[in-house]
Design a protein around this ligand. Structure first.
Ligand code: GLU
Length: 441
């Protein structure tokens, strides 16, 4: 069975970059009829917060990316202890005491010599006496996994055949000096024990993948299929990392972006298939093909979400909007005409409120040019009291035309501006039919 996971650290809210990872893993599981696990990588007690764990779940729920179960790394520490013991027993784990400053110095030296800044394994050469002395002086060290200096190869679901020379990678630290398990080990143990079959994550994890494949092998396990998606950039190709904080999913939600607009964009962005607005999750699943995604950085423009949101809203049947419309106080018998009038004229759901306020109370600010004032006053005096119907506009404008001699744009435009306060919008016949009060000057 296909099992995937989305493994955010609850140290912040989800942003569009995380969403790509979540969505791909979700789509793979759902397409295969498999399982999708939400795994909270919360081994860092200082930075992990319940508020973020809750926020992540809220955001995924908003998007309809349902998970089959939640796992938390903080409740699995005993599993990581067991794995660490096994690595120790297999002589693939060693303690090291260099301080960050010492490591930095080593790195700089290597770089100056034009060499890759790979940890020199000095700790491996320590005698028992030296280790005892260092422990007495510096306390517990960090624990590093001893890589096997061979090439690590895998067939990546997006990048194709990859191979990394393990000798070009530092032996990864899996346990910090304060005993905290690091993501690399915890993730390996979880992926293995939870039977994860496919891991899709950002290409910033490629080196992690190489080391994790070796750790899995050292623990006697095979590895899942890996795929690394490209990272998102801004519309000009600029790095997004600094701006991702401003592209939090909850901010997009607050700005009125619709889940289907966001999901439709992210399910296709960076693939050779065109962006297609989908109306259901099933359509997203059916239209998803990981092999169509490329390795090149993917340009993301938050502005693209606006027209997609507007198009999505325009496509919705009344049933999907009925509760929003009722919440505005629109009488039930007007819900249908109201929706058919506003659907093409809103960017977000929230825009409906202004339309209803206009129909109920008249425009917040009618636009009446000085030279049209007398004309508008005369026209309004010829209008009976509300309610109106589908014929009101044509009858009224015919009467006004006969009385004033105005026609065409000179007749219709000042009336549209005075009635709606806007240059353009729905058909005036439809607007009039919804007006609840007689317009005034
Ligand atoms: N917690 C890790 C991250 O957010 C998970 C990476 C992975 O998918 O393995 O980067």
């Amino acid at each position: 069975m296909t099992v995937t996971r989305f493994a955010p650290s609850p140290t912040g809210y989800l942003h569009v970059g995380n969403l790509r990872t979540a969505l791909f893993n979700w789509l793979i599981a759902r397409k295969a009829g498999g399982e999708f696990i939400l795994r909270l990588d919360d081994t860092d007690p200082e930075r992990s917060k319940q508020e973020y764990a809750d926020g992540i779940q809220e955001d995924l729920e908003w998007l309809g990316l349902t998970w089959d179960r939640v796992e938390t790394q903080s409740s699995r520490l005993d599993r990581y202890v067991a794995a660490a013991d096994e690595l120790r027993a297999k002589a693939r784990f060693y303690e090291a005491w260099e301080t960050p400053t010492e490591l930095d110095l080593k790195r700089k030296k290597l770089l100056n010599m034009g060499k890759p800044p790979v940890y020199d394994r000095a700790a491996l050469a320590l005698s028992e006496e030296e280790k005892t002395a260092l422990r007495a002086e510096r306390g517990d060290g960090v624990w590093r996994f001893k890589l096997d200096h061979a090439r690590i190869a895998w067939a990546d679901g997006i990048l194709g055949d990859i191979s990394i020379d393990a000798a070009s990678v530092s032996d990864p630290v899996l346990i910090r000096a304060d005993g905290q398990f690091l993501y690399t080990l915890a993730s390996v143990v979880d992926d293995t024990e939870m039977g994860i079959t496919h891991v899709v994550r950002g290409s910033d994890h490629v080196t992690n993948t190489a080391t994790q494949i070796q750790i899995m092998a050292a623990l006697g396990a095979g590895h899942p299929d890996f795929a690394h998606h490209s990272l998102l950039t801004g519309p000009q190709g600029e790095a997004l990392s600094k701006r991702l904080g401003t592209l939090a999913l909850r901010d997009l939600r607050a700005a009125g972006i619709e889940p289907m607009a966001l999901l439709s964009l992210m399910a296709r962005l960076g693939s050779s298939d065109p962006i297609a607005l989908r109306s259901t999750h099933q359509e997203l699943i059916d239209g998803f093909d990981l092999s169509k995604f490329g390795a090149a950085p993917t340009k993301f423009d938050v502005e693209d979400l606006k027209p997609l949101t507007a198009r999505h809203l325009a496509s919705l049947p009344l049933a999907d909007m009925a509760s929003d419309i009722a919440a505005l106080g629109v009488p039930a018998e007007l819900a249908e005409p109201f929706w058919s009038v506003v659907r093409e004229n809103i960017d977000t759901r929230a825009d409906m409120a202004a339309w209803w306020a206009l129909f109920r109370d008249g425009p917040a600010q009618p636009i009446i040019a000085d030279e049209d004032r007398a004309f508008v006053e005369q026209a309004f005096s010829m209008l009976p009291d509300a309610p109106y119907d589908a014929q009101t506009w044509s009858q009224w404008t015919a009467d006004v035309k006969a009385a004033t001699g105005r026609k065409g744009k000179g007749l219709f435009m000042p009336l549209r501006l005075a009635v709606t306060g806007q240059q353009r919008g729905p058909e005036m016949a439809d607007v009039m039919a919804l007006l609840q009060t007689r317009p005034t000057v």
